[in-house]
Design a protein around this ligand. Structure first.
Ligand code: ACM
Length: 559
């Protein structure tokens, strides 16, 4: 990035840029033109400087930008009433009977219903009423359920708490559209992994926002929250084993170790205490959502390397740069400190998060990383490794063993499968993000895979190419229709290996929590439909359903 006409770039790190201005004169406008020079074409409003401020001596003066309120609510066309049942995701089978039920609210002592009742109350949704739900235990698969809605009664069959919970969620969603329609619903999820990811490192979200997101996920029958709390910009979990890591990176901006690298503000950030993490895990668990922690290594590690420089080889003279424009953003597997810190983090995360999977990260290691490090070169010679991918694969496999030793199953982004050793191994779960191809290759190599292709389910991408829209564009512009115009299992032979679908939300363009809702909605409906439904909806179907469901989920926009 350079500045032209009115200032010149004097430095910065990544996309954080410092521009020296000439002496400014009172009451005289001063124009600076910021030009992207790194090959990116600014796509929309979000690409203007976020959170600019003036530094005058030791003072700072925020410069409010017009229209920097983030993404605006997407207006969907009214294509008429949806076919089928008016819920997202659609059930496996809906057999309508005549008429509507007189049941306008339900009650039940089952704990899952109590949880759904509390969820409804939190969001002002109608749920509870006079009619007691009848329950039958049935031999149904995990999370499956069956509901018979009659003029004066509602009867649910399920084989487990998950089935009862999702039946209650279905009724909650239906009740927002008026009297329940009479008929029979037979339903079961297509995938066991129905995820949504959130990056809380580039922007610190209030714990309440995370709980709201968990509520929205539950309303859509999503069941995995992928918590990305560590990245170049911050490590925002208050672990006992690395106090200086989060203490020095939790806040960014003027006077802190790192500037506000994306949001550009004078001061930003925050960290989650272990008590807060526990409260979020508990909130999620009640909603039948597991929380997947991601520690993110070996790249995206500026926060780590600034706090623990010993995780890099001081003699490394490599010039590699990350796609975010950072130099030297990977820890080095040849340094003992790397193993000391990462092992301690894995051990503590393993005790903090009950979910039996831990995500190690492993995305976007800059090409050529470690090749300028004599220590890494020696390690490669000792281990018979030839290149960066091989060393990354070796490192991931060794880290995965630490995860396994701590009683967890490892997970990683698709790059974890790289390397002559076959990559991470250890029965790891991989997430395919650059597209589906790497996920299919990983599935063929024996990995279980969650499909999260950026072109379809990266909800930080702008919805459209309109310069007045908001968001990233490196993968695609992702409309609601795009979220359902793909096949999670394009090769039926790999069906057993493709275990789920997950939406992803990176926070590079987020400066306020509320900006997340119009980015997620309505597209998270598409993610949920792909994750749950055996047959994905058509583009028209999802548009009609999303149009109707703004009625029930639209209040998230106003939070
Ligand atoms: C990623 O989007 N870098 C996983």
């Amino acid at each position: 990035m350079t500045a032209e006409g009115g200032g010149h770039r004097i430095g910065g790190i990544g996309s954080f840029t410092e521009i020296a201005l000439p002496d400014l004169r009172a009451n005289e406008p001063h124009v600076v033109t910021v030009v992207y020079t790194a090959g990116y074409k600014p796509a929309n409003r979000a690409w203007r400087p976020l959170g600019p401020y003036l530094r005058v001596g030791s003072d700072t003066i925020p410069l409010p930008m017009p229209d920097d309120d983030g993404c605006r609510a997407m207006h969907l066309p009214d294509l008429g009433p949806p076919t089928g049942l008016n819920i997202v995701p659609q059930p496996t089978l809906w057999e309508p009977a005549t008429g509507t039920s007189g049941v306008i609210g339900i009650n039940c002592q089952d704990p899952t219903f109590q949880t759904v009742g509390a969820l409804a109350k939190r969001h002002g949704l109608a749920f509870e009423g006079e009619t007691a739900v009848g329950f039958e235990v049935a031999d149904l698969p995990r999370d499956a359920y069956h509901i018979v809605i009659s003029p004066n009664s509602v009867t649910i069959s399920a084989g487990d708490a998950g089935g009862r919970f999702y039946a209650a969620i279905t009724l909650l969603n239906l009740l927002q559209h008026g009297p329940l329609p009479c008929g029979t619903i037979t339903d079961a999820p297509r995938f066991g992994w129905r995820g949504q990811h959130l990056d809380t490192a580039r922007h610190f979200y209030d714990p309440q926002t995370i709980c709201d997101l968990l509520d929205l996920m539950a309303l859509l029958k999503l069941n995995r929250f992928h918590w990305h709390f560590a990245d170049d910009e911050a490590f925002c979990l208050e672990l006992d084993c690395v106090p200086e890591l989060w203490q020095k990176t939790r806040l960014c901006g003027e006077g802190h170790l790192l500037p506000a690298l994306f949001s550009g503000q004078v001061s930003a950030g925050g960290s989650y205490s272990k008590a807060t993490v526990q409260a979020i895990i508990d909130h999620a668990a009640a909603l039948h959502i597991d929380v997947l922690p991601e520690i993110e290594t070996p790249a995206h590690a500026i926060a780590l390397t600034h706090v623990y420089p010993e995780m890099r080889d001081p003699s490394d003279n490599g010039a590699e740069t990350s796609v975010q424009g950072y130099k030297a953003n990977a820890v080095n597997p040849a340094m003992p400190k790397t193993w000391e810190v990462l092992t301690a983090i894995i051990e503590e995360i393993a005790t903090l998060f009950p979910f039996d999977i831990m995500h190690l990260g492993c995305d976007e290691l800059p090409e050529g990383t470690w090749m300028g490090s004599p220590r890494a070169r020696q390690l490669m010679a000792d281990e018979g490794l030839e290149n960066t991918d091989d060393l990354q694969g070796w490192m991931m496999a060794r880290l995965a063993q630490v995860v396994v030793d701590n009683g967890k199953r490892p997970a990683g982004w698709e790059e974890s499968a790289r390397g002559a050793n076959g990559g991470i191994g250890h029965n790891a779960l991989l997430m395919s993000w650059t597209g589906q191809g790497p996920g299919l290759d990983a599935a063929r190599a024996g990995y279980d895979v969650v499909m999260s292709p950026a072109q379809h389910v990266y909800l930080d991408m702008a919805h459209t190419s309109d310069p007045d829209d908001w968001g990233a564009s490196w993968a695609a512009f992702v409309s609601l229709q795009d979220t359902v115009s793909w096949d999670p299992v394009p090769d039926p032979e790999l069906a057993a290996r493709i275990v789920g679908v997950q939406g992803t939300f990176w926070s590079e363009f987020t400066t306020q929590d509320a900006q997340i809702w119009p980015m997620l909605l309505p597209r998270i409906f598409g993610v949920a439909a792909m994750a749950w439904q055996e047959r994905p909806p058509t583009s028209d179907d999802i548009t009609k359903l999303a149009y109707c469901h703004f009625a029930t989920s639209g209040h998230f926009m106003r939070r």
